[in-house]
Design a protein around this ligand. Structure first.
Ligand code: TYM
Length: 330
């Protein structure tokens, strides 16, 4: 069945393995058979106050990285969020039915309050509303994202359902967070705990050179080694196995799992193998990024055509939503 698929990534830094395996890879598999929209969330990026001098360069970098990964602008609609101002109108309309209490209880918001007590802006509070608007403005059914976005998707469903209920319509579908492997995934960082992130200093970027990747992986946190047969791996070691499961051959994972179980594992060997398997995934992408970045004419065309297609879909929704709410022309 042809589905409508929407996904996006904030333009707050280069793409890392988490973005690739959490969202992009699933999107790539879907783009041929479905009606797909993939965008750069550059309004969402403003919640962390980027400098004006950095904003455009960040967007351009992420766009080039999308294309280098294989998102095909001839078949999918690739666009920049701020090129589609219709989304801000839907955001405003949805805000009227979003409650401050439920927004304050969002895990990502609570985390931001804890981490950045000096920058709790209203944009952070209503972040899930803007995200819901991004998704339902194209009436999406499927949203390829990583595990960290699960709660945002639940809220998107809630806002869609609430709109339908308030106005007594069956207008917005309730979209699902999506992964081909069924379970949403979390790619861990190399620092032994938590997820891989753009600003945590624990990530491997698609634009990293092989030398950088080898250095980062060799420095990854492990432990002093298993001391008993079939010992459950510690958190940092489990994390390396999690990354290995997405980049390496199953036989490689099996080999090192058995070596760990029999206490014969040498973490140096595991890391060497892991680094090479990561490079295998990222290197073809990295090589394409620079070529694409230097082709300004191509990028300008992609962005222009993407905005046109996205606005067509978005403005149709806005027209219908205004009518449902009760706005009428004079
Ligand atoms: P962002 O920019 O933080 O991340 C983009 C995508 O990458 C996934 N991801 C991960 N997946 C697995 N393991 C990780 N360590 C990891 N880190 C990031 C995220 O789950 C996400 O799918 N709010 C979104 C951007 C957004 C959006 C949307 C996404 C705005 N509007 C509409 C989908 C639909 C965000 O901050 O993602």
């Amino acid at each position: 069945m042809m589905e409508t698929v929407v996904s996006g990534i904030r333009s707050t830094g280069n793409l890392h393995l988490g973005n690739y395996f959490g969202a992009l890879k699933n999107f790539l598999k879907m783009q041929k058979e479905n009606n797909c929209f993939f965008f750069i969330a550059d309004y969402h990026a403003l919640t962390t106050h980027p400098k004006p001098g950095d904003l455009h360069g960040n967007i351009k970098q992420v766009l080039a990285e999308y294309l280098a990964c294989g998102i095909d602008p001839e078949i999918a609609t690739v666009f920049i969020q701020s090129d589609v101002p219709e989304v801000t109108e839907l955001y405003l309309l949805l805000n009227m039915n979003a409650y401050v209490g439920e927004l304050e209880r969002t895990t990502s918001f609570k985390e931001k309050v804890r981490k950045y007590p000096d920058n709790i802006n209203a944009g952070l509070l209503t972040y899930p509303v803007l995200m819901a608007a991004d998704i339902i403005i194209h009436k999406a059914n499927k949203v390829p994202v990583g595990k960290d976005q699960e709660q945002h998707l639940e809220m998107t469903r809630k806002f869609a359902r609430r709109f339908n209920m308030i106005y007594g319509v069956d207008y917005f579908p309730e979209p699902d967070a999506y992964n081909f492997g069924r379970k949403l995934i979390k790619i861990p960082g190399l620092d032994g705990s938590g997820k891989m992130g753009k600003s945590e200093g624990n990530g491997i970027f698609l634009s990293d050179t092989p030398q950088e990747i080898r250095k980062k992986v060799m420095r990854a946190v492990t432990d002093t080694g298993p001391t008993a047969r079939n010992q459950v791996p510690s958190e940092p070691v489990k994390n390396l196995f999690t990354i290995m499961k997405v980049v390496s051959d199953p036989s490689t994972v099996k080999y090192f799992t058995e070596k760990h179980a029999s206490c014969e594992i040498r973490y140096g060997d595991l890391k060497k193998q892991l680094a090479e398997d990561i490079i295998n995934v990222t290197d073809p992408i990295r090589k394409r990024i620079n070529d694409i970045l230097s082709d300004n004419k191509y990028l300008a065309r992609v962005v222009r055509e993407g905005a046109e297609k996205a606005r067509m879909s978005a403005s149709k929704t806005i027209r219908e939503v205004r009518e449902i709410i009760g706005y009428k022309p004079f």
